[in-house]
Design a protein around this ligand. Structure first.
Ligand SMILES: Cc1cc2nc3c(=O)[nH]c(=O)nc-3n(C[C@H](O)[C@H](O)[C@H](O)COP(=O)(O)OP(=O)(O)OC[C@H]3O[C@@H](n4cnc5c(N)ncnc54)[C@H](O)[C@@H]3O)c2cc1C
Length: 668
C-alpha cells in the first residue's frame, strides 16, 4: 500500500482504469420492487418490501453499506413520538410542523413519520443498533429514562427525540437487506425511469442505468419503483476538491431521482422554495468547530476571557442554569428540535438559544473573540453525552472529529473547543461551523420541495413511490427518512402484488442506451464534468438566486438549455466514473429547469419559501397561499392549484387519523 504521491513518483503515471470496461453491454435485473437510492430510506424501503414478500432490487450510486447522508452515522432520531416516555402525540407534532411552516410542508408525510417512527427505530434496534443506555453509563442523568434506558435530546421534559448510538446504522441495514435476499446493485447511475409505452405520465415499470465502474448498461424491470436518492447538493454550489459538493451534502446527491421523475412526468411541489446555502461549500466540516447547536445543543459557550454567553427562552427571558436549556419554559408546551426540514419554527415550539442580540454585544466588546465550547461547565453526564456519545455517533464526526481530537489529546474534562473566528454576524445562531456570513448571499439551496405524494406515498405516476428525506415534499431528517422509506417500501410491495407484470418499451431502452454513452464518443478536447457542474451551479446562483424576476428566470432557462447543446454536448468522459458524473450533470440541468419553471409559476413573493420575485414584490398575498404542483405533459409544463391542506380534502378523509387508518395498511 502506498500513497498516491508515492505511486505516481514510482510509476511516473496515473494508474490504469482498474475495471474491465464494456460500454453498452446490457444487464437485465428483474424484480417486483425496484428501489433507486440505497440510503437509509432506500434500504428501509427494500427491507420492508422484501419482508412483505416482494423480490427487491436496489440501484445504488455508491456502495449501500455506507452511502448517503446517513451513511456515516446518526446521534439523534426525530419523530419517534409514540415512544413510551413521550408526551407529544402524532397530531401535536404534525400540527406543530404544519403550523410553523404556515402549511408549506406535507403534513401527511409528517403524520406517517410520527405514527411509525418509534416502531421503525425499534426495528433498527432488533437489527443490532443500540438505542438504549444498556451499559448504564448515564444512569441518573436527566436525559435518561431509568425504566426503558432510552436517552433524549433537546427537550428533556417531552422526550420525543431519542439519542442513539447510530455509527453502525447503515452497515446494519445493509446486512439486513442482504439477509432478506435483496439484490443490491452498487455503483450505477440511472439515466431514466422506464414507463409503460415509453410515455411521459404513464405507469413506471423500471429504470435504465450505467455502471460507473464497467460502463455496462442496466435495464431494471419492476412492477413498482421507490425513489430515495436524497437531495440535489451540487445544484447551486460545486466545490468537490475541498468540501465535496457542500459542507453537508453527499457528492452523489445530484438530484438524479428528482430529474428522472420530472422527465417521466411526476408531479412536484415547493421546488421554487429555497434557503440560504449556509451549510454549503463555505463552512467548516460538519460539527467540526466549537458550537452549541444540534448535536452540541446547550453546550456552554465562553469568550476569550472565560465569560459565558447567556441563554434565553423563546420569550427572551434569560435562563438561570445550563440545565434549563433542555426544558421548555413557562408558556411553552414542547420543543420541536431542529434539522427536520422545518425552515421556520413557531415560537411556541422553538428551542432555547443564545440570544439574537449576541452579535451586537460581541461587536460592542461585551464578549471577546474567539469563542469556545466549554464542556467543563456541564455535568459529567452531559459532557460525556455530548462530546462522547453524540459526537462519537453523529454522521461524519466519529472519525474526523471524535477520534482525531481524542487521539490528539483533546479532553473535554479540561479543554476548550474553539469556535470559528468569523465576521460577527456569523454568531447569529449557535451552529457556528455552518459558514454563516462567510457564505455569499447568492449561495442558495433548494429547500422543502420534492415529489408530491398521496397518503400511500405514491406519486401521480402509477407504480412510483417516494421514501426519503429531501426527495419528498414533507420529508424530514434521518429517522424520518427511515420511516418514510419503510412505509413506501411496504406500499410498493402491496401494489406490486396486484399489479400486472411490467412491459418495457424497447424503443425507450434503445434511446437511453444510445444517449447514455454520448460523452464517451466525444473529442478529448471537450469539457469535463467538473466544468459542466460548475457552470450549472453558476447559472443557478445567478439566475435563480435569492432575488429573481421573469427575465432572469427565463435567461437561466435559456442558459441551461444552451449548455445541453454546447458544452455538455461536447463534454468528454474518459472512463465510466466520469461518464456517471456527466450523466449527473444532465440530471442537474433537469432539476435546475424544474426549479426555475416552478419559480416562474409562483407570481408572488413568499416568506416561508424564502422566495423573492422582484417583479411581484408583495409578500404573501393571500390568493397565492397555495401549492402549485408542476409536471411535464408531452414535454410541456402543466401546473395546477392545490390547497395547502390537500391531505385532508377529498379524495382523502378530513382527519389525519382517519387517513392513516384508511391508507397505512396497518391493522390498528
Ligand atoms: C453530517 C450529517 C449529520 C447528520 N445528522 C443527523 C442526525 O443526527 N439526525 C438526523 O435526524 N439527521 C441527520 N442528518 C440528516 C440525515 O442523514 C438525512 O436526512 C438522511 O440521511 C436522508 O436519508 P435519505 O435516505 O433520504 O438520503 P441519503 O441518506 O442521502 O441517501 C440517498 C442515497 O441515494 C443514493 N443516490 C444518490 N443519487 C443516486 C442515483 N442517481 N442513483 C442511485 N442512487 C443514488 C446515495 O448514494 C445514497 O445512498 C445528518 C446529515 C449529515 C450529512
Amino acid at each position: 500500500m502506498s500513497t498516491w504521491h508515492e505511486y505516481v513518483q514510482r510509476n511516473g503515471k496515473v494508474p490504469e482504469w482498474p475495471y474491465p470496461v464494456d460500454y453498452g453491454k446490457v444487464n437485465e435485473v428483474d424484480s417486483d420492487v425496484l428501489v433507486i437510492g440505497g440510503g437509509v430510506a432506500g434500504l428501509q424501503a427494500a427491507i420492508n418490501a422484501a419482508r412483505a414478500g416482494a423480490r427487491v432490487a436496489v440501484l445504488e450510486r455508491g456502495h449501500a453499506k455506507r452511502s448517503g447522508a446517513g451513511g456515516a452515522g446518526v446521534d439523534h432520531w426525530h419523530g419517534a413520538v409514540t415512544n413510551p416516555c413521550s408526551s407529544v402525540t402524532p397530531e401535536m407534532y404534525t400540527n406543530a410542523c404544519y403550523d410553523s411552516m404556515q402549511g408549506y410542508t406535507g403534513a401527511h408525510v409528517r403524520y406517517i413519520i410520527t405514527k411509525e417512527g418509534w416502531d421503525t427505530l425499534q426495528e433498527c434496534e432488533r437489527m443490532g443498533i443500540q438505542i438504549r443506555d444498556v451499559k448504564d453509563e448515564f444512569k441518573g442523568a436527566p436525559f435518561r429514562d431509568e425504566k426503558t434506558k432510552l436517552m433524549f435530546a433537546y427537550d428533556y421534559k417531552n422526550r420525543h427525540i431519542i439519542r442513539v448510538w447510530g455509527w453502525n446504522i447503515k452497515p446494519k441495514l445493509y446486512d439486513e437487506a442482504k439477509r432478506l435476499g435483496v439484490n443490491i446493485v452498487n455503483r450505477v447511475t440511472p439515466t431514466a425511469l422506464l414507463t409503460a409505452g415509453g410515455n411521459q405520465g404513464a405507469r413506471v415499470v423500471g429504470a435504465t442505468a450505467v455502471s460507473s465502474r464497467t460502463g455496462e448498461f442496466y435495464v431494471f424491470k419492476a412492477r413498482a419503483t421507490v425513489v430515495a436518492t436524497g437531495g440535489a447538493g451540487r445544484l447551486f454550489v460545486f466545490d468537490p476538491e475541498t468540501t465535496a459538493s457542500g459542507t453537508m451534502a453527499d457528492m452523489n446527491s445530484a438530484g438524479v431521482g428528482q430529474a428522472i421523475g420530472w422527465e417521466a412526468g411526476a408531479e412536484f411541489v415547493g421546488m421554487e422554495g429555497g434557503g440560504p446555502g449556509a451549510l454549503i461549500g463555505f463552512g467548516y466540516a460538519p460539527y467540526s468547530m466549537g458550537n452549541a447547536s444540534n448535536t452540541y445543543h446547550g453546550t456552554p459557550i465562553v469568550d476569550a476571557e472565560g465569560k459565558e454567553l447567556p441563554w434565553v427562552d423563546v420569550f427572551g427571558n434569560e435562563l438561570k442554569s445550563w440545565e434549563d436549556r433542555f426544558y421548555p419554559q413557562a408558556g411553552q408546551e414542547f420543543q420541536l428540535g431542529i434539522g427536520i426540514g422545518i425552515s421556520r419554527t413557531n415560537r411556541e415550539f422553538r428551542l432555547n438559544d443564545i440570544p439574537p442580540d449576541i452579535v451586537e454585544r460581541i461587536r460592542r466588546g461585551e464578549f471577546k473573540l474567539p469563542l469556545y465550547a466549554d464542556f467543563t461547565r456541564f455535568s459529567a453526564a452531559e459532557r460525556r453525552g455530548t462530546f462522547g456519545m453524540m459526537v462519537g455517533n453523529e454522521g461524519k464526526t466519529r472519525i474526523p472529529i471524535y477520534d482525531t481530537m481524542t487521539k490528539a489529546g483533546f479532553d473535554p474534562d479540561k479543554d476548550l473547543f474553539q469556535a470559528p473566528v468569523m465576521p460577527v454576524e456569523g454568531y447569529f445562531n449557535a451552529c457556528y461551523w455552518a459558514g454563516g456570513p462567510n457564505t455569499p448571499p447568492t449561495v442558495r439551496s433548494l429547500g422543502g420541495g420534492g415529489f408530491l405524494t398521496d397518503w400511500n406515498l405514491q406519486t401521480n405516476l402509477e407504480g412510483l413511490y417516494i421514501g426519503a428525506g429531501s426527495t419528498i415534499y414533507g420529508g424530514g431528517c434521518h429517522g424520518e427518512s427511515h420511516t418514510t422509506g419503510r412505509y413506501a417500501g411496504r406500499h410498493a410491495a402491496a401494489y406490486a402484488r396486484t399489479a400486472t407484470g411490467p412491459v418495457i418499451e424497447q424503443e425507450q431502452v434503445d434511446r437511453e442506451r444510445e444517449t447514455a454513452y454520448h460523452a464517451t464518443r466525444q473529442g478529448k478536447g471537450g469539457n469535463g464534468w467538473k466544468e459542466i457542474n460548475a457552470a450549472i451551479a453558476r447559472i443557478m446562483r445567478d439566475y435563480c438566486g435569492r432575488y429573481k424576476n421573469e427575465q432572469t428566470l427565463n435567461l437561466g432557462l435559456r442558459l441551461l438549455d444552451e449548455l445541453k447543446t454546447t458544452e455538455l454536448a461536447y463534454a468528454y468522459a474518459s472512463n465510466p466514473h466520469e461518464l456517471g458524473r456527466l450523466l449527473e450533470c444532465k440530471a442537474l440541468i433537469s432539476v435546475g429547469e424544474l426549479a426555475i419553471k416552478a419559480s416562474l409559476q409562483r407570481r408572488a413573493s413568499n416568506s416561508i419559501l424564502d422566495f423573492h420575485r422582484l417583479d411581484y414584490p408583495a409578500m404573501d398575498p393571500p390568493e397565492w397561499h397555495k401549492l402549485l404542483p408542476i409536471k411535464q405533459v408531452n414535454g410541456k409544463v402543466s401546473v395546477r392549484d392545490l390547497p395547502l391542506d390537500f391531505h385532508l380534502k377529498p379524495p382523502f378523509a378530513s382527519t389525519l387519523e382517519e387517513n392513516y387508518k384508511r391508507y397505512s395498511g396497518t391493522k390498528l
